[in-house]
Write a protein that binds this ligand. Sequence first.
Ligand code: NAD
Length: 336
Amino acid sequence: MTIGVVVVGAGFWATQMHLPALARIPGVKITGVVATSRESAEKAAAPYGARAYTDPDEAVQDADVVDVVAPPDVHLPAVKTAARHGKHAICIKPLARSLDEADEMLAAVEAAGTRLFYAENVPFIPAVQEAKKAVDAGRIGEVFRVKACEGIGRPHSDWFFDPVRSGGGAMLDMAVHSLEFCRFFANAPITSVYADADTYVWGDRTSAEDTALLTVRFGNGVLGQCEDSWSLAGAMDSRFEVFGTEGRILIDNLHRQPLQVVGATGWSFPLPIPGLLADGHLDMLTHFTNCIRTGEPSVSEGRVGRDVLAVVDAATRSLASGRRENVHHQSEGQSS
Ligand SMILES: NC(=O)c1ccc[n+]([C@@H]2O[C@H](COP(=O)([O-])OP(=O)(O)OC[C@H]3O[C@@H](n4cnc5c(N)ncnc54)[C@H](O)[C@@H]3O)[C@@H](O)[C@H]2O)c1
């Protein structure tokens, strides 16, 4: 069965990551690309022999799945369009601009009987996958602390600076990656968060924070720390750590040797990954399309994106109150 995918968005992430990855997956056909201008849709679609659209309702007709890789203000309407036409959706991080929007998305998909996948690549990064295997094999003992740093110098498009379009600053745009890393290794939901954040570098461009520090507690007692920014001079940062009672793992995803594990027998460097940045997008999109083909559950259903937004929501409350805030994982009306 060939799965037809229409990509909504023709910018950096669609053209550099999702479209090239989708083109490499056997049994997947890119049917079209939707953008605000026909010209950019055509430019993005041409290498794949796909059609160019500006109208999502028209674009979804001959697709099975809508892959949303556009700014966050487009996520909810695009997922609702997919659901209205009975099509599945993949939605890039952050799932939405707010928890309310995320709940509306999940409700639309549930009512339509379609599926929503949350496109967060961090758990699919090969070094992260290898680290997870090392943890699951008991190589660092019991995990008690997790830490993630995601930083860039500045967002590459103007819409990031406009909270109406983006939904927020670094605490949303970058921390969703860090929080998902921490959750993946803590293996429990985050129950509370303390946030501190401010705007140090881009105050002339945005009211949103460009620098955020979060400390989180997981339901099983694990402690987490996230350091996320749009204010990092010089280069990008993408580093993750897992601390166990008998060892420690460091993943520096931009390093040629991204994974370092120390355990009872000393340091080891299990995988030299070719290339500078092995980002996990191919594995992630392969997983989603396999789930659609087989009906298997996904490790990154839309619900995962909603749970991360619940933490960002609590972090926003924490910034306002100056106190640690509890995370509301259930939407109103849901029973536990
Ligand atoms: N690691 C990651 O997973 C990662 C990294 C970067 C960006 N992203 C996410 O990808 C999404 C897109 O970011 P980007 O970097 O490609 O932005 P970008 O500014 O480079 O491109 C945005 C694209 O969206 C299109 N667009 C805007 N409004 C649209 C609409 N109404 N309908 C259809 N297309 C529309 C524009 O035409 C443009 O092609 C964002 O949600 C961002 O957070 C994810």
